[in-house]
Design a protein around this ligand. Structure first.
Ligand code: F0G
Length: 466
């Protein structure tokens, strides 16, 4: 088994705190069942004394480890040696100032930034984590990898399998729950795709059993190495802001991997003295998949130094079962009722003085249209961050002059069905295409103009509408 004198795995429960070698493939603490972190002995790891050095690495981008927006920061996730890293050039993403969207959100010009993770090779932020999971899988010699997915994790896993040829991929998806853009990626890349008669929560429960029984490497975000890669999204945000910490990071919440990784990134940067304070974190659920907001906002669940009161959580899950309530939102990527990283997210919320909100499908689609009109576009789940920022501005939690970064987690073309339905169809057809989701108006629809095949008519239409 591979050992490291720098990195180890550690149970997140302060009451347990058991540690394990990096060479073990674990998705929960064998002693108490809680989630695991990748932890480091920073005295041995010798982290940088300042953050500025990282941006100079871009000038060495002929080296694949410098080209990658994840492995440029290897010193802050030092569980692997450079020779062990598996990279396809992920993490070359942009932070853009977005003044049009800022006006919609209610922020002053120059105060809203969008972090476009859709620019990753498979079109979502997942590649940040997958490169780290593949690196660990290679370290331990895994030959097969599996995930349950609402679409993006599976696209990313399938892509890393086909590009690197290191492992065979097995993908579990809920039936009818995945957008065509994402499904097409998994099929095209050649992964074994298993469609379960159920939703993501069912698929997640099954893939855990199957990977345990068959010894398949699990790459869902219960894998602590994956979250190490996702920390780098925050390093790149800070880098783009010239190492100034913003006031807010706003992120959609599904399985809660990102929010957990962001919290860990900031906790470590503070511990290492590389930043003074963390930004505040806002995690945004969809109203139809709002477990985190229900538990935190309504039932008062907190990390509480690791002593989480599990009673309201168990009661809530029991009520979901009794009422057979399934997650339901147009933002299919975050259509999740049982987030596997709940405890780590609670820890991140505590560290970052975070808040949780939920937004409706109507708010998500309107925000998505504004993001699209403002520039680069995103998929519905990603727009939850912008809709959430707007809600928090409205509530006076975020001030008009605050510096806010919304994470756009996935590319616009991941889910064109929702976009086209919003812009072109009438209410009846919208409901037929996407189900009746309480979306009553396409406030910012850009409708196609129907015109007969006649030069005069076409010219008239252009004059009228332009
Ligand atoms: N945004 C997008 C586009 C996603 O694909 C996901 C998760 C999230 C947000 C939520 O992120 O889980 O870190 O809270 N997609 C997973 C998948 C579940 O299977 O692709 P999270």
């Amino acid at each position: 088994m591979i050992r490291s004198d720098i990195a180890f795995q550690k149970c997140i429960s302060p009451a347990c705190g058991a540690t394990y070698e990096v060479g073990e493939a674990l998705v929960a603490c064998p002693r108490c069942g809680d989630l695991l972190d990748v932890a480091y002995d920073w005295n041995r790891a010798r982290p940088p004394s300042s953050l500025e050095g990282f941006q100079q690495m871009w000038s060495q981008r002929h080296d694949p480890l410098r080209l990658s927006g994840v492995w440029r920061f290897l010193e802050l996730l030092p569980f692997a040696k450079p020779s062990e890293v598996v990279t396809v050039g992920e993490g070359q993403t942009l932070l853009q100032q977005a003044d049009l969207v800022a006006a919609y959100v209610g922020l002053q010009p120059g105060r809203l930034f969008l972090q476009y993770e859709g620019m990753n090779p498979s079109g979502s932020f997942k590649d940040n984590g997958m490169t780290a999971a593949f690196t660990h899988a290679r370290q331990i010699g895994a030959t097969r990898a599996a995930c349950a997915s609402t679409g993006n994790t599976s696209a990313s896993l399938a892509m890393y399998c086909s590009v690197t040829r290191l492992m065979k991929g097995v993908i579990f998806i809920g039936s009818g729950k995945i957008s065509y853009g994402k499904l097409s990626q998994a099929l095209d890349f050649g992964a074994l795709t298993v469609q379960i008669a159920g939703d993501f929560d069912d698929a997640m429960a099954r893939v855990k059993e199957v990977s345990r029984d068959l010894g398949i490497y699990l790459v869902n975000s219960v894998n602590p190495f994956r979250l190490e890669g996702q920390k780098t999204i925050m390093y790149r945000v800070l880098e783009a802001l010239r190492w100034e910490v913003p006031d807010w990071i706003v992120v959609p919440g599904g399985n809660l991997g990102n929010s957990s990784a962001f919290g860990k990134a900031f906790a470590e940067l503070v511990e290492l003295g590389l930043i003074r304070t963390a930004p505040r974190l806002a995690v945004i659920n969809a109203a139809g998949a709002d477990t985190l907001s229900e538990l935190v906002q309504r039932r008062g669940v907190r990390w509480n130094g690791g002593a989480v009161d599990e009673t309201p959580i168990a009661a809530y899950y029991q009520s979901l079962d009794q009422e057979q309530r399934k997650a339901s939102t147009i933002a299919s990527a975050i259509e999740i009722n049982r987030p596997v990283n709940l405890r780590k997210c609670l820890r991140a919320l505590e560290f970052c003085n975070g808040v949780v909100r939920h937004v409706t499908d109507q708010e998500i689609l309107d925000a998505k249209a504004k993001v699209g009109a403002g520039g680069m576009g995103c998929e519905p789940a990603s727009a939850a961050s912008v809709a959430g920022a707007r809600l928090l501005c409205d509530q006076g939690v975020i001030a008009r002059g605050d510096r806010v970064v919304c994470i756009l987690t996935g590319h616009q073309l991941k889910d064109p069905t929702a976009t086209v339905a919003y812009h072109t169809t009438d209410q009846e057809q919208f409901n037929k295409t996407l189900g009746n989701r309480g979306v009553r108006r396409a406030s910012f629809a850009n409708r196609a103009v129907a015109v007969s095949n006649n030069l005069d008519e076409i010219v008239k239409a252009i004059r009228l509408y332009s």
